[in-house]
Design a protein around this ligand. Structure first.
Ligand SMILES: Cc1ncc(COP(=O)(O)O)c(C=O)c1O
Length: 399
């Protein structure tokens, strides 16, 4: 059952139907049970009015997301990757621009930069937060210049839900005249020094992939900005570059829209997000207490509130396979986010790396392990996971 691919993991308890002892990695059915009939009723309303594209739910969701995080503009879109792509284009990313991307992450930010013809320059990350290392950004900027590239922007990723070091990164970016875009695919709902994710960079992109802290039942995403100009451009590009009316095209765009049905689902889920975030935080801290003597548990800096998209520990080199196999034998799924750093994937090996080497990203790829985690993970199940994990670690180290 264990797999190296996060996306092959069961995200709902339906997998448990096949084996009732198997703990779901993320239990979306528990959330659905809490919402009662609200999802079905919301979907039924869309079926009744029939405006499947650009229905009233889109405006309503955008309004509610804006109220939640404080961003002046919210543009719902088809996925987190679409959000990144629309954001990069609006920020003016062009052929051969150097765009700085942390190497320990999901592929999307490197992918959209490369697809636009930019040069992703990969950065190393901090070992404790797994987020961009500000020192690596400085090295990356120097290196891009040495390669004759124009440093243009940085995509800041809030990995596993924790906001990156925005103050330091903003200072470096501003000093080098770079724009900053946040990839908050994993961190919608998180807070940095009292400011919500969505307001920490000029443009912020998030994902509503089902397993995200706020997820829909398919693909979805959103972009946040306080800029009227960027918002207008991204709205237009989301719908084929439309101008005054639907059949007038004033710029090259795409079909980047979110469906009304997904917006209707998200409105219901957003109403319980605050509560779920508190539960995530409580459970993560309980895991930390139970595991901190054995492995490196996640650190959240005191000035931040994490959305805890994943609960990810660091093991000693070489023990991960045995630990996973042992947990799997106890019917406990695990995932590896990420078993390969971005610069090590075949299409990306040729792009520059800040300082030539990214040792922290590479070491994390070999040692991280994510445990089952969601806001409805009750204490008896947490204890079962903890017991099995402790047993697995001890066996791996004694054997
Ligand atoms: C950091 C990060 N960026 C971008 C994405 C892409 O989001 P989507 O799958 O909605 O396109 C993800 C999704 O896993 C992600 O984790």
């Amino acid at each position: 059952m264990a797999s190296n691919s996060p996306r092959q993991h069961p995200v709902t308890s339906s997998s448990a139907a096949a084996d009732s002892q198997y703990i779901p990695f993320i239990d979306l059915q528990a959330q659905r049970a809490r919402l009662g009939n609200r999802i079905e009723e919301a979907m039924e309303r869309v079926l009744q009015h029939g405006r499947f594209i650009n229905g009233p739910e889109i405006d309503e969701l955008e309004r509610q997301l804006s109220a939640f995080c404080g961003a002046r503009h919210v543009i719902a879109c088809a996925s987190g990757t679409t959000a990144l792509s629309l954001g990069l284009t609006a920020l003016g990313a062009k052929y051969r621009d150097a765009i700085f991307v942390p190497a320990f992450t999901f592929v999307s930010p490197g992918e959209v930069a490369a697809r636009l013809g930019c040069i992703p320059v990969f950065l190393d990350v901090e070992p404790d937060t797994c987020n961009i290392s500000p020192d690596s950004l400085v090295r990356g900027i120097e290196m891009a210049k040495e390669h004759g590239l124009t440093p243009r922007g940085v995509i800041v990723i809030d990995l596993f839900g924790q906001p990156a070091d925005y103050d330091k990164l903003t200072q470096i970016a501003t000093g080098h005249d770079l724009w900053m875009m946040a990839d908050a695919a994993q961190s919608f709902g998180a807070v940095y020094k009292g400011t919500h994710v969505g307001k920490l960079a000029r443009v912020t992109a998030t994902s509503f992939f089902p397993s995200k802290p706020l997820g829909c039942y398919g693909d979805g995403g959103a972009i946040f900005t306080d800029s009227d100009v960027l918002a207008a451009e991204m709205r237009s590009r989301r719908q084929h570059g439309q101008g005054e009316d639907r059949m007038t095209h004033v710029r090259i765009g795409m079909n980047g829209r979110l469906d009304s049905l997904q917006a209707a689902i998200l409105i219901e889920k957003l109403s319980i997000l605050g509560d779920e975030l508190k539960a995530r935080d409580r459970i993560a801290r309980r895991y930390n207490e139970a595991l901190k003597d054995l492995v490196i548990v996640p650190t959240v800096r005191p000035d931040r509130f994490s959305a805890w998209a994943q609960y990810t520990v660091r093991l000693r080199p070489g023990e991960r396979d045995a630990v996973r196999a042992s947990l799997d034998a106890d019917k406990i799924p695990t995932a590896i986010y990420y078993h390969t750093a971005l610069h090590q994937h075949a299409p990306y090996v040729g792009y520059p790396r800040a300082g030539g080497k990214l040792p922290v990203a590479e070491e994390l790829a070999e040692t991280v392990l994510s445990l089952p985690f969601h806001p409805y993970l009750e204490e008896p199940l947490q204890d079962r996971i903890v017991d099995s994990f402790r047993k697995a670690i001890k066996a791996a180290r004694n054997g």
